[in-house]
Design a protein around this ligand. Structure first.
Ligand code: FAD
Length: 472
């Protein structure tokens, strides 16, 4: 609990209209996409970096923790107040400060919604590729803190590839600038990359300068059906091996199709697996690539290939794709969602391995995701009131991670570690690497003020962090 004095001091920094501790409000900031909830003691809504800095200085003096939060769409518990503390929401820092059409850069505040920003830059013929499927709600600050990926990463890379410079409030309260808005810059260590993907544990991002590129002239969207997931996985590997460069290459398995077929029963229903493939470029190059995609898919036995016609058609397909994650709850009330990645040539082994794992543990493991860059979202569906099933689900996670690592992969491609993957960190990283990361954290945040209990198993908060107190 925060004392009245601390609450009053916070109120002095941000103003009474930018702080709340009412139970109803706290509830709204107690969850993320993990479906776990932890009540914070208060939520503050600063509007400037100076306010953020003063809040952090107060936290250091008084010893309470700060949990940065964008839209709360994270999948690994990063924005949850697992041991109480003050949630610092960036939702009122949402100005696009500049779109520089001469230098192809933009400067934004952290609370800008990714999709809204993309609309703004596309209106002037520019393009900001990072597109987490949550882009209609998630923020640029949250995307940077998680180094978000998305469907277009297969061609355009992930968030870190577009972050040029940052303004960051350190866990001790100093405001620093990292990087430079020029296209090149190698002066000193790359603090921009250190902050990108640091999950709100090393600093609070208060401004970002982002790289833009010209908007592709033409995009062709295709929906390809296969009899089973194995055939779809072979098509993915063959497209990559054929040196085709799609801008999107998404896979959807039969469990996931079942949950979204209502969006377009005739096209989506009945397939054993689907690929959504986009190619872009000039009109000529896009149609050339689309023809090559068709050739490869047909050669591995695609049972159907349709090209979306018109904006509405493309919108419906993507709406269906974006809805998979929440729609999976039709299968079971609880899910463990992991975003493993393997080298692209190993997609087939991963998909068939996960299918076998589901069968051997008598579990539904629904798989979909960004197959083009080897990143599969595997969703282990279970009912937590069934203790035996819940235990089998936990075992399956371990085995799925072992399988992924044995294929030369990683246990998270874009969702980060947060609390949900903290206990698996040492499956992938060695003791020296973990110790070095901890040293970095302790150096920047000697009092452990900023987002404690995330990434590392922390003795003081471990129980709360790994045993969620509510599962909605
Ligand atoms: C339906 C659905 C689909 C998704 N699809 C994708 C996908 O395709 N690709 C992908 O990568 N992710 C995806 N995600 C996960 C999630 O949307 C991303 O991780 C996103 O980047 C989180 O942004 P947010 O604004 O919601 O951040 P939050 O969830 O609020 O926070 C995420 C982390 O960032 C930290 N943070 C937030 N703002 C700041 C800041 N200003 N400074 C420092 N730290 C900060 C928080 O402390 C937390 O650790 C999906 C989520 C959902 C629910």
């Amino acid at each position: 609990m925060l004392s009245d004095n601390i609450y009053a001091a916070l109120e002095t920094v941000v103003g009474a209209e930018n702080i709340t501790a009412s139970k109803e409000d706290l509830l709204c900031y107690s969850y993320d996409a993990t479906n776990t909830t932890f009540m914070p003691d208060a939520v503050v809504f600063p509007v400037t970096a100076v306010e953020v800095s003063r809040i952090v200085e107060l936290a250091n003096r008084e010893g309470f923790s700060i949990i940065p939060r964008g839209a709360g769409s994270g999948f690994t518990g990063g924005s949850l107040a697992i041991a109480g503390g003050v949630v610092l929401s960036t939702e009122r820092m949402k100005q696009t400060l500049d779109i520089d059409e001469e230098n192809l850069t933009a400067t934004v505040e952290p609370g800008v919604i990714t999709w809204e920003f993309q609309q703004d830059v596309e209106a002037v013929g520019l393009f900001y590729p990072p597109d987490p499927t949550s882009k209609k709600i998630s923020t640029i600050g949250g995307n940077i803190a998680e180094c978000a990926g998305g469907p277009r990463a297969v061609k355009y890379g992930v968030t870190r590839d577009y972050v040029l410079a940052l303004e960051v409030v350190l866990p001790t309260g100093e405001i620093i600038k990292t990087g430079t808005s020029t296209m090149k810059g190698v002066v000193g260590y790359d603090l921009t990359r250190l902050m990108t993907g640091s999950e709100g544990t090393l600093g609070i991002i208060t401004k970002a300068t982002l790289r833009l590129i010209p908007k592709p002239q033409s995009v062709i969207t295709m929906l390809v059906s296969f009899a089973d997931i194995g055939a779809a996985a072979v098509a993915v590997a063959d497209i990559v091996a054929a040196r085709i460069q799609p801008s999107t290459l998404e896979i959807i398995d039969a469990f996931s199709i079942k949950c979204i077929e209502e969006y377009d029963p005739e096209r989506l229903g009945g397939a054993g697996a689907l690929l959504i493939i986009e190619v872009d470029g000039t009109e000529e190059s896009a149609s050339h690539e689309a023809a090559r995609v068709r050739e490869v898919c047909m050669a591995v036995g695609a049972t159907g290939l349709e090209t979306a016609t018109g904006k509405q058609d493309v919108k419906t397909l993507w709406k269906a794709r974006r809805s998979i994650s929440p729609a999976l709850f039709k299968l079971k009330p609880n899910k463990i969602n992991e975003d493993v990645v393997v080298p692209r040539s190993k997609i087939m082994e991963l998909m068939t391995g996960l299918e076998a794992l589901g069968k051997s543990h008598d579990l539904i493991i629904a798989c979909f995701g960004h197959a083009g860059d080897g990143n599969i979202h595997m969703n282990i569906m279970y009912d937590k009131t069934d203790a035996a099933e819940a235990a089998r689900a936990e075992e399956a996670v371990n085995e799925a991670f072992e399988l992924t690592l044995s294929l030369g992969g990683t246990i998270s491609g874009e969702h980060g570690v947060g609390t949900t993957k903290a206990k698996y960190l040492d499956m992938e990283l060695g003791p020296v690497e973990i110790a070095l990361m901890r040293t970095l954290k302790e150096t920047l945040d000697p009092k452990g003020i900023l987002n404690p209990g995330k990434i590392f198993m922390d003795e003081t908060v471990a129980e709360g962090s790994t045993a969620p107190n509510t599962n909605a």
